[in-house]
Design a binder for this molecule. Sequence first.
Ligand code: ZN
Ligand code: ZN
Length: 648
Amino acid sequence: MSAITLSLKDGDAVSVAAGTTVQDALSQLLSNKQRKRCVAAYAGETVVDLLTPLTEDTVLTPIQVGTDEGLEVLRHSTAHVMAHAVRDLFGDDVKVAIGPAIADGFYYDFLRDEPFTPEDFEKIETRMAEIVAQNLPFERLEMSSDEAVAAFGDQGEKYKVELIEDLDVDQVSLYSIGGFRDLCRGPHVPNTSFIKAFKLLRVAGAYWRGDEKNDVLQRIYGTAFFDAKALKKYLNALEEAKKRDHRKLGKELELFTMEDQIGPGLILWQPKGAQLRRLIEDYWKDEHYRHGYELLYTPHIARQDLWKTSGHLDFYSENMYSSMDIDDVQYQLKPMNCPFHIGVYKSSKRSYREFPIRWAELGTVYRYERAGALHGLLRVRGFTQDDAHIFCRPDQLEEEIFHILDLNLRILKTFGFDSYDIYLSTRPEKSVGTDENWEAATTALKLALEKKNLDYMIDPGEGVFYGPKIDIKIKDQLHRSWQCSTIQVDFNLPERFKMSFVGSDNTEHQPIMIHRALMGSLERFIGVLIEHYAGAFPLWFAPVQARILNITDDQAAYGEAVYEQLRLAGIRVEKDLRNEKLNYKIREAQVKKIPYMLIVGDKEKEAATVAVRLRTGKNLPPMSVADFIELVKKEVTAGRGYSNFLSD
Ligand SMILES: [Zn+2]
Ligand SMILES: [Zn+2]
């Protein structure tokens, strides 16, 4: 047999007989310890199993335990084992579909009349453990498509047959673990001994190939890790995320609700939630005025013609609601605020001297979302964007982007987010605007990011058709990413609306328009805030800052007096002066995550003080009411960045 050269990227190479497996080659190229950490490898650009024989000179890049790619291989391999177990347990009552690895684990789709139950999950996991314990290799078989169709057809595996027929190739690859054969390209871990830590998580409905006209399958989700410790850590994080679910906390803290009679995806803010939102809005407005913005208010509907001019009826109509007839003219609910701000712009002749114009609005928009896609506050049909449009000269673009980034990060930081992923999206294939404009705008975005010392990634071709953009994803306490902020340059609307300004040369020019939202929408941002803080909001935007609890009826009048004093000082205070056990009242305040509990007993009444208990369970020494007011004001000012107390 002829000799081939197998090498690693960094240059180490061995000469071996053609037909040597990746595994055997890696044994010669890596230390034993390193070799054992390999689960698959890249042969050139292709991912292959360790048992793949090599027939030509190849550069190998090992995929190892502890890497994201390694995890993907492991998880996908675990999906096969799950399908094997399900087939073992339920026989011909199930048909198997597909089982890929996904972001945090894997799934496999099955057709089965009976729903999978938690008891089934236990059985499947037990069977999976038995399969894994046999230390079975993942064997690759190549066969002709006809042969494979016949084999799967005999077993009634109609989805596999359909997949092979759609592939339209002569030869397909199958993998077998202990006799269970599945259609797959691979790669997989060499044998089941790698599958040490896995867990089935939930089951959900899914259409075959995502098409509503097809069979409804049951999708079992699971996850797998290379060791039990990592799995446990992940499961704990899942538990923690469940506890923080904003829909659950929203109910417990009485922040928001949705009613069938009103309609799905339409949020009703309850008093506590409205207070929370008001505090965020006030802060947002203050910051905008401090940063040279002016605020606008615009209506919720406009003539349909406006949306023709803006182009939304052409390229955004699937997100818009049907039109309504007003005095024989068609009107439309707004999906965006931009054309209204342009209306304000066009209300007078603009000069370069006015630039930059920075207009912000908490603008409520309505967009169609499929019922199945709606999710608490995160995906809704009516929401309020923290929108702004900046109009400027081309030479002001970089400075304006810098200014937006500055305000953006300041606001996010004040809300407790200081870890981000930033993306710069460049020109897509289909786009409007000249090469020159795109080039200049993209460079301006880059320079602003660099001047602000921000790390960013480039998303090539992912810009909007009308201009490049910056997206900022924030990371919460569980390290989950949330897309919130977006800054977009627009060459399209100024053109469509024939916007202009008089330049220093006394002639008409077209302004640059920037769209930006920092929080995204109040609904979404508050949803993220609830999960980030697990409902225990910092004092400065906690809807209730303090609650007064008396020990017995004897201090009810004193409690009432303290309540009035705090209320008049601008503190968001509640009173619980019911004739109930103190511990019971503390527990209730604790559930509501109220930052300060002010306990008044005889001692406090006599000394005109309050005993202060924090929601963490910690106690502060008793203090006068005036001192408590001072404490709150200081903490609020520190949290918000500056005072909002009129008396200060
Ligand atoms: Zn596979
Ligand atoms: Zn806009």
